[in-house]
Design a protein around this ligand. Structure first.
Ligand code: ADP
Length: 365
């Protein structure tokens, strides 16, 4: 009881006790010579060291690779003393030799006269998240590879079907009945549609692997490129594309132009029968990102599909509109490749707004 009272009356001791018992964070104090002076349960939980094994050891024992461990811990301490605190996320070595992917923050500690007396270090375990991320990346790239190989190989038999259907039409067309000719027409159409699907799938699969250097260029230019590519469709549909002055971003600009092109061509395709299509592009800064918005006055869609339309092959509007359902999946790929995200808002009958973010090219502070 006496002990409890003591703790209740002494917040500092209560805090110390809580830190000591924390299991999810390894928290310890390091002297100026790099030797460890304190221990908490998190150290044993995350790194495997008992209090006896830990105290007095050189903190380089958790750094990898082992041959650079002392140099790494020295430069971390130097940086923390210059900047006040440093954080990093990397692999550490546990006592049993296994590896821990962890977030670490080292802060310099000063005495009342302002002299540096050591460092506190807090480490939290990110291993499961990292493993999940790595396995997702692996399965994504396996999927890309599969999609690429599959769509590439599908082209060959399709070409054969198309060639022979053409030959039958040309050489034996006159021998065929009306039904026969109509069915042949269906085959030719299906081949063209399948070719479109495969081309889109190939583009989608290539998007993750083709690397184009990122350069700083105004988004105005990407919008203009997309407008030029769509000149015929814009004229035919009497569409008007307008844009505010747009900022420069560091990006793979042929991909960004394709992103605008996909979004504009959807706005033209899914236009309202009652009015000429209008498309407006604007940009606003939000934190470290630009939010780019593309507003159209088309037929719109139910907001509940705002997320699913970005999945490959997802289509909301039927066969009366041409398309493969891969355009927005490509858009998402492009935006995510650039570290941004994309989403849509829409109201049936009034139009849709597609928003995407791109990191701002902020000057170093
Ligand atoms: P596609 O246009 O080839 O079908 P997308 O991936 O570009 O494929 O788009 C997926 C679906 O999202 C479309 O089939 C359509 O139903 C819907 N959609 C996309 N853009 C718009 C838009 N601007 N207005 C209304 N619906 C749209």
């Amino acid at each position: 009881m006496a002990n409890n009272n003591l703790v209740e009356n002494d917040p500092q001791q209560l805090c110390r006790m809580q830190i000591r018992q924390l299991k999810d964070y390894a928290i310890f104090f390091i002297g100026l010579d790099g030797r460890i002076l304190t221990w908490n349960e998190g150290v044993e939980h995350l790194l495997g060291y008992t209090e006896e094994e830990w105290i007095g050891s050189d903190t380089s024992l958790i750094f990898i690779p082992a041959d650079k461990a002392v140099a790494l811990r020295t430069s971390e301490m130097e940086l923390a003393s210059q900047k006040g605190a440093v954080s990093d996320i990397r692999w550490h070595r546990r006592k049993d030799g296994s590896e821990l992917f962890a977030n670490g923050v080292m802060s310099a500690v000063y005495d009342t006269s302002g002299a540096l007396i050591g460092f506190t270090k807090v480490i939290s375990d990110e291993t499961s998240r990292k493993r999940l991320e790595d396995s997702l990346l692996e399965s994504n790239s396996a999927l890309e590879h599969f999609a690429y190989a599959a769509s590439h190989d599908l082209q060959e038999p399709l070409r054969t079907i198309g060639t022979y259907a053409d030959l039958i039409a040309k050489r034996h067309g006159s021998e065929l009945s009306e039904n026969g000719l109509q069915w042949l027409g269906f085959i030719v159409k299906a081949v063209a549609r399948m070719k479109g699907l495969i081309d889109n799938l190939l583009t989608y699969a290539r998007m993750g692997t083709e690397k184009e250097p990122a350069v700083s260029l105004s988004l105005d230019q990407d919008v203009e490129t997309a407008i030029a590519q769509l000149a015929a469709a814009l004229e035919e549909s009497h569409a008007a594309v307008t844009h505010d002055p747009l900022p420069p971003v560091v990006a793979a600009h042929s991909q960004i132009a394709r992103l605008f092109q996909n979004l504009f061509s959807n706005s033209i395709k899914y236009r309202s029968p009652d009015r000429s299509p209008t498309i407006h592009v604007s940009a606003r800064a939000e934190g470290g990102y630009w939010v780019i918005s593309i507003v159209d006055n088309g037929i719109g869609f139910e907001q509940q599909h705002g997320e699913s339309i970005f999945a490959p092959f997802k289509r909301l509007h039927g066969q009366e509109y041409s398309g493969s359902g891969v355009g927005l999946a490509i858009c998402r790929r492009i935006v995510e490749n650039h570290g941004g995200r994309i989403w849509a808002e829409s109201t049936i009958g009034s139009g849709s707004t597609f928003h995407f973010t791109l990191p701002r090219d902020l000057p170093e502070s």
